[in-house]
Design a protein around this ligand. Sequence first.
Ligand SMILES: [Mg+2]
Length: 306
Amino acid sequence: MTSFDPGIGAGMDVGLKPVVLIADDVPANIHQLAQLLKDDYRIKVATDGRRCLDLVRRRPRPDLVMLDIEMPQMDGYEVCRQLQSDEKTKVIPIIFVTAKNQVSDEEHGLKLGAVDYITKPFQPVIVEARVKNHIALKRQSDRLHRMAMRDQLTSLYNRHYLMDIAPRKIGDALRHGYPISLVVIDIDHFKAVNDRHGHATGDGVLREIAALLQTQSRAEDVVARVGGEEFVIFLGHCDLRGGVNKAELVRAALERLRPHQLKVTASFGVAELMPGGEGFESLFQRADTAVFQAKARGRNRVVAAE
Ligand SMILES: [Mg+2]
């Protein structure tokens, strides 16, 4: 959806079995766990720590990692430390499965952020139950996370997500010296749609517009609904001229859309990030002011910010 991949829920192919990654340097140990879990999960295996780190970042991403501690080159503690120190992987639960049965070993593993610690020899039914519980928790937290960053009505990103991602996008653009632009879109006379046709129709119209914005955007753009009838498209590697062209294409497509057989248009404001840098608030404010000017000049048009 966007170049920013939060990593959370990214491995979740809904409807497919969860993925368990088993890392152990002894193939017989992997085999034993795989036999136990293969009916309920998709299994990935690694026989050393580096391979484990590599596989965690590949799709399908694991919903759970079962990690041996004693492995050559990179041990399980180090793998755990690295997974926990990366925003993209720290949400993946880790269970240590090990012959190390000292309380201090377990304490160390849990302090590194593992969710559980299983000592060998283990009871198969207990392992199954623990795996099942931790995956259920992981999926629940994935779901909450997705809900927290998506707008419920349209499934676009919400304001919260936009505010979260914007400083990073701006930082990247300034660091690498490329332009970014923001398009703010406000549906014209939307209140009249709700008043005349009811809220169910109004909601349907918003959904159709959201789908249009999504299809009109590139994978690296962030499309968000930031207010009742207000949307934004955050365009990476795009200057003011490119942003205006983009907005004009979307404006024309929206005019042709006729959601729920209604003629719906919008006013567009476009601003490019100041070359010297500025905060997101300022960028948004300038694009929003341009929207206001578009409304004043008769709506259904694109205005570029000063
Ligand atoms: Mg080992």
